[in-house]
Ligand binder design. Structure first.
Ligand code: COA
Length: 373
């Protein structure tokens, strides 16, 4: 069995931003329009959104988006991402390639020496040909590529798969690419979820310890683990049978088929599940939560992470122990914990342990126990 390391991490954060105030102003303009019609029909009015609520309830103040154009337009409220021809690089592959190139630069590795690409993200732009194969072609990697998804735990689950493949010697170098264009599938007219998400792309290069040059400063992957339990509390119904369920099959109805969640149930249930998962995972390695120098948790909600840390450590954790990138980026789905790791690891000493842990739709949880080299 090979010892496995993460030899490179790449992050791509799009330049465009949207503040809470901008998002709420557009949402409330739409509500005003909608309520005129509802009032005329004698129906109950819809409630407005509120920036202060968003900061208090989630911790999000701002988000970066791949395409800002169209999102704030009350007549559209969706990013304007023109369709591309079949012979052009797809939007998702392009976003993935950007973070992948950064991960390869970070690792100092030639693309041809990578023998597998996994595109692990919460949404895939199409079922086939796999986005991962398009990324494989654009980068010039060898071997094979495939897509996989596990909601916001996708990157952690991709790391679980990649680590297992490298550990057993089945693959030499696996690139786990996580391009999250979550605004492309977000219902900006849903008060419960319109403020939560932002876009980002991350990539991790996973290889055997003996594969490359000196790897000091990188992280050895001591173990990985995934857990799932079915829940409808975070769900999208968009899929290939949508046409067939509609009266008029030539019109695809999006309303009701985008991301929806029962946020407060997710909050309570996943907080407890994540705490139990972390405690059990560490105990199986003869470790306590105190032994972990840094936690890179999924970036969905600041209060939720604070509660997970309090349950797990028995006291509150500061930003140094469990850093957050949510405030400026929003919830970037599976990319969030990887961004936290990329931004907050350089001060760690050789031998320090870190825990990467993501959670979300499924329900799902995925984690990696890491040691700084
Ligand atoms: C989504 C989330 C921020 C909502 O926060 P919350 O405190 O649970 O909010 P609730 O849904 O219980 O609603 C509380 C109140 O705020 C109101 N509210 C909801 N959205 C609002 C908005 N955009 N603006 C103003 N008020 C809002 C509700 O109507 C409710 O009002 P009421 O008490 O008068 O009924 C939070 O539940 C969350 O982050 N959950 C976890 C999500 C997650 O981890 N997802 C995982 C992976 S992606």
């Amino acid at each position: 069995m090979q010892r496995v390391i993460i030899s490179g991490i790449g992050v791509e954060i799009p330049e465009s931003t949207i503040t809470n105030d901008e998002l709420v102003a557009s949402f409330n303009d739409w509500i005003d329009q909608k309520n005129v019609a509802l009032a005329a029909a004698g129906e109950p009015l819809l409630a407005k959104s509120d920036s202060d609520f968003i900061v208090y309830a989630s911790g999000v103040k701002n988000r970066h988006v791949l395409v800002r154009d169209g999102i704030l337009d009350v007549d559209r409220m969706a990013p304007r991402i023109p369709a591309r021809g079949d012979d052009e690089l797809s939007v998702m592959a392009e976003f993935g390639v950007k973070s992948a190139k950064r991960a390869l630069d970070h690792a100092g590795v030639d693309p041809a020496s990578i023998d597998m690409v996994i595109c692990a993200a919460s949404h895939q732009q199409r079922p086939y040909p796999a986005i991962a194969i398009e990324i494989q072609q654009a980068l010039g990697t060898s071997g094979a590529a495939f897509d996989m998804g596990l909601g916001c735990s996708s990157a952690a689950a991709g790391l679980h798969v990649a680590t297992s493949l490298v550990r057993t010697g089945a693959q030499k170098r696996v690139l786990v690419v996580t391009p999250e264009i979550i605004t492309g599938h977000l219902n900006f007219r849903d008060r419960q979820t319109h403020f939560i998400f932002g876009d980002a792309s991350t990539s991790m290069l996973v290889e055997g310890l003996g594969e490359g040059k000196s790897r000091s400063g990188r992280f050895e992957v001591l173990d990985t683990r995934s857990w799932t339990q079915f829940s409808n509390n975070i769900r999208t119904n968009f899929g290939f049978l949508i046409r067939d369920g509609q009266e008029n099959p030539s019109v695809v109805e999006m309303e009701g088929n985008m991301i929806k969640q029962v946020g407060n149930k997710v909050f309570k249930e996943v907080t407890v599940a994540a705490h139990r998962f972390i405690a059990a995972f560490l105990a199986d390695h003869g470790m306590t939560p105190q032994d972990i120098r840094r936690y890179w948790l999924h970036q969905a909600n600041g209060r939720m992470n604070a509660m997970i840390m309090k349950l797990t450590l028995g006291h509150e954790a500061d930003e140094d122990r469990a850093p957050m990138v949510l405030e400026k980026l929003g919830n970037t789905a599976a990319a969030g914990a990887i961004i936290a790791m990329k931004q907050y690891h350089e001060d760690m000493e050789p031998g320090d342990h870190g825990l990467l842990c993501a959670f979300g739709a499924g329900y799902s949880i995925g984690a990696a126990l890491l040691r700084k080299m």
